[in-house]
Design a protein around this ligand. Structure first.
Ligand code: HEC
Length: 170
């Protein structure tokens, strides 16, 4: 009687199929491990370090201003340069997020992919901060301490407004 496959031929074919499936599985795991390594071990692009330094400087200047405003006699010689620095940094934010520096690129960053998928919303959040720091600088230069005490809340809200949508929850 004719058989299409002898038992040993069929066994061989099955072995080949199984070996193929194992190879696919191994290839799949290898790729996944490679992607994870890219997210954690890949060198962080300079733009990411620079923007994080920029935000740290923004936060440090804001702290100087808030600390002074809590005192009975806020020192305007400390507040004015800090407000100027904040306003300058706020204006630079649009240059801090070049293509290829988001989590969607395997980069380790606290920025969310929404920075790149919702550029209009991100630009609006940046403009809100820039408007607030422009006013902050005006109030500082005018020596309007009462006005500054009110306005720092507006500035703080504009930081949070962007973080809520474009930064990893802290
Ligand atoms: C237009 C959006 C936006 C605005 C406005 C904004 N931030 Fe951020 N901030 C971010 C994003 C995005 C990150 C994450 C950056 C990264 O990890 O690549 C961040 C990170 C930070 C960090 C952490 C930096 C680090 O890695 O050490 C600080 C501090 C910070 N912001 C402070 C502020 C303060 C203070 C304000 C307001 C005066 C502010 N930010 C306004 C988007 C914004």
């Amino acid at each position: 009687m004719m058989q299409l496959f002898s038992a040993s031929q069929w066994g061989g074919a099955r072995m080949t199929l199984m070996a193929g499936a194992v190879a696919l599985l191994v290839a799949g795991c290898g790729q996944q491990a490679g992607e994870e390594a890219a997210a954690s071990d890949a060198p962080v692009p300079a733009a990411v370090t620079e923007r994080q330094e920029g935000y740290k400087a923004l936060g440090a200047s804001f702290k100087i201003i808030n600390d002074q405003l809590k005192t009975d006699a806020p020192d305007l010689t400390a507040i004015v340069p800090a407000a100027e620095r904040m306003n300058a940094l706020a204006g630079q934010i649009p240059t801090w997020f070049p293509a290829g520096t988001g989590p969607q690129d395997g980069v380790k960053t606290d920025a969310l992919a929404t920075v790149w998928t919702d550029p209009e919303g991100f630009a609006a959040a940046q403009a809100r901060l820039a408007d607030a720091t422009t006013r902050l600088q005006e109030l500082a230069m005018a020596g309007d301490v009462a006005g500054l005490r009110e306005h720092v809340r507006v500035v703080g809200a504009s930081c949070g407004g962007c973080h809520d949508n474009y930064r990893v929850e802290q």
